[in-house]
Design a protein around this ligand. Structure first.
Ligand code: 13P
Ligand code: SF4
Length: 318
């Protein structure tokens, strides 16, 4: 299957992008592996007719918005994102309007607000946004915004709280979360730390504040991966989606990576720390989408144009 996929890529001048959370066999056949920011940046640089985005729906949308003249395929259109789904454009629009009215009635300036959205959002939400951020560049971008600006940040409440804490801002936060990152068990993490003294704890900023408070390094998937390569430590506890362990182990075969398990509520969800949406990308679906050139990502022109300016602003500011 891997050979057949690579042959189709050659025949059709296609390149495959994969997020770090996809299955190991998908990362093995990809031309580019990266975090959300790196994948978006890379998409604008490649010369190809077809881009295959092995990740989740919003990543395919971002790619299509950045590369409107290319055919963007995504192996499974149902690969969504619980975080992106926690913020519907209609609801955000109402929230922004309400905040503008509140600011005006408090006599605060002209009722203007800046909307900063995490890349894990739909194109419709990006179209309502002033600047998009990823976990790699959120601090850097928020630091560049005017000091007196009123900012709405969404949809990830954990990331927003973390960025408020490291920038000293008081951004108004949307109450969304990722079902994988918000479930890591503090009790299990404390036990792992007790059992492994001196081990470094690495966490993604989508985790809850008590998990972040126990972590030595907080960063995007790429930043965490780079830290494991540079660090002299030999053992790491990892609080993010477990797909990243594949790349960490490949880059550092002599180091040990211990994943933090999620809280288990009887009868609710599973006890692994995998994003089931990312796992919907399989070799069979990659092959089928390349062969049939479907499903193809389409973003309505008007939405794409509005969303593009907030994504481009992010690329400029990062
Ligand atoms: P990164 O920006 O670190 O790639 O994270 C994306 C994501 O979906 C995290 O859950
Ligand atoms: Fe979305 Fe969470 Fe999956 Fe990342 S891990 S794609 S935030 S559901």
């Amino acid at each position: 299957m891997k050979e057949k996929i690579r042959a189709l890529c050659k025949e059709k001048n296609a390149v495959i992008f994969a997020h770090y959370y996809t299955r190991p066999e998908i990362q093995e056949i990809a031309d580019f592996i990266g975090d959300s920011l790196a994948l978006a940046q890379q998409a604008t640089r490649v010369h190809a007719d077809i881009l295959v985005m092995c990740g989740v729906h919003f990543m395919g949308e971002t790619m299509k918005i950045l590369c409107p003249d290319k055919k963007v395929l995504i192996p499974d259109m149902n690969a969504g994102c619980s975080l992106a789904d926690s913020c519907k454009a209609e609801d955000l629009k109402q929230f922004i309007e309400q905040h503008k009215i509140n600011s005006l009635s408090c006599g605060e300036g002209r009722g203007e607000v800046l909307v900063v959205s995490y890349v894990n959002t739909s194109a419709d939400v990006k179209a309502l946004t002033d600047v998009v951020v990823t976990s790699s560049n959120a601090k850097k971008i928020v630091d560049q915004l005017p000091k007196d600006a009123k900012i709405i940040f969404g949809p990830d409440h954990n990331l927003g709280s973390y960025i408020n804490s490291v920038t000293g801002r008081h951004m108004l936060l949307w109450n969304g979360a990722c079902h994988v990152h918000s479930r890591f068990s503090l009790e299990a993490l404390l036990q792992l730390k007790a059992e492994n003294p001196g081990v470094e704890v690495l966490a993604h900023p989508e985790c809850k504040a008590p998990i972040l408070a126990q972590s030595d390094v907080i960063g995007s998937t790429k930043a965490l991966l780079e830290h494991t390569i540079q660090s002299s430590a030999k053992r790491f506890i990892i609080a993010t989606e477990s797909g990243i362990l594949f790349e960490m182990q490949r880059a550092c075969p002599d180091k040990e990576f211990i994943p933090v398990p999620p809280e288990v509520t009887e009868g609710v969800g599973c006890s692994c720390n995998e994003c089931e949406y990312m796992r919907m990308n399989t070799l069979e679906k990659v092959y089928a989408c390349l062969k049939n050139e479907s499903p193809e990502m389409i973003v309505p022109k008007e939405t794409a144009e509005k969303a593009l300016s907030s994504i481009q602003r992010m690329l400029e500011m990062s």
